[in-house]
Design a protein around this ligand. Structure first.
Ligand code: SF4
Length: 313
């Protein structure tokens, strides 16, 4: 099965949902006020160097409101743009499995009843915040609805992981993927292009690493330097190389051509809070970034997986 279109020669998320549900599916980003083991001291303090003050949930709902109210506020906006959509509550800010299981069950299951036209939930978390109990529970929930779990990899290079203070090994991530896949959960990995000290070969290696994993989706982002982050302090003291739009487009296109042909592409451009964005400024025009990627693929007659090489696991 592929979800390519003539405009987007790769498995686009929109097309995947359209074929599966016959309609547009919109994710509604929620902030359930979760913290993170890399913030509260269990693994580290301060978090990943690029993590924003909203714990990477800058476009999630207002954390001071009830989850249902956050959902309704955002749904009302989306309804004007895409009437008759289907919805997925998306637990975005912080590590959204980092709490006792009973609490998780309560908020996930309540969120499935926020509206009639909800087809499932999406949960962003860290690999080290998935254990067997949580994975088994999500597996049971997945029998009744569509459950998606998003995990942060950012880079396959462990030296980069140490530099960005991810405080999680690739091995921990692989264990989480295995637990989730045993329960048939759709797994989506996040990666970042343009991390300090990484060259194009590192970013392509991350795709080769991902290709060997039993994952179903990917989100590709550019690094964002945001105010009030450790990364911003580093950048002020010692400005590092920031990818230009052309470089980002060129690397991302190469990644798409190497990506395993069955993986669904959930995102190709980062979404930062404009008020906090320091660099790269071109990321403000997200549609331009996505259009440039699509255009380059079409003009050069490239498509997802054209250069995919199956390698030994
Ligand atoms: S894992 Fe996510 S929430 Fe936790 S510190 Fe890193 S970016 Fe922030």
């Amino acid at each position: 099965m592929n979800y390519f279109t003539s405009a987007k020669p790769y498995n686009s998320l929109n097309e995947y949902y359209k074929q599966k549900y016959g309609k547009k599916v919109a994710k509604i980003s929620l902030n359930a006020n979760f913290t993170c083991p890399n913030r509260d001291g269990k693994k580290g303090y301060g978090g990943c160097i690029y993590c924003s003050k909203e714990l990477s949930g800058d476009f999630a709902g207002d954390k001071n409101k009830e989850l249902k109210d956050q959902f309704i506020d955002i749904k009302n906006i989306i309804d004007k743009k895409w009437p008759n959509s289907l919805y997925m509550p998306y637990f975005q800010a912080g590590s959204n499995t980092y709490a006792p299981l009973e609490y998780l069950k309560d908020i996930y299951e309540k969120s499935l009843n926020f509206s009639d036209n909800i087809i499932g939930i999406s949960i962003a978390t860290r690999g080290d915040c998935i254990n067997k109990k949580i994975a088994d529970y999500l597996g049971e929930l997945n029998k009744k609805t569509h459950v998606q779990v998003e995990l942060g990899l950012q880079s396959a290079n462990e030296a980069t992981s140490n530099f960005i203070n991810r405080k999680m090994t690739n091995e921990e991530l692989l264990i989480a993927i295995e637990l989730l896949r045993k329960n048939n959960i759709e797994v989506v990995l996040h990666i970042i292009n343009g991390l300090p000290n990484e060259c194009e070969a590192d970013m392509l290696n991350t795709i080769d690493f991902i290709n060997k994993l039993d994952i179903q989706g990917i989100k590709i982002h550019s690094l964002l330097v945001l105010k009030d982050t450790i990364l911003y302090d580093m950048y002020k003291k010692n400005p590092f190389k920031i990818l230009t739009l052309d470089e980002y487009v060129s690397i991302t296109v190469k990644q798409i051509t190497r990506l395993r042909p069955d993986i669904i592409i959930h995102r190709l451009a980062a979404d930062g809070n404009v008020l906090d964005l320091v660099e790269p400024k071109w990321t403000i025009k997200k549609m331009v970034v996505m259009n440039e990627i699509d255009k380059k693929l079409r003009n050069e007659k490239l498509y997802q997986g054209i250069y995919y090489e199956k390698k030994e696991v």
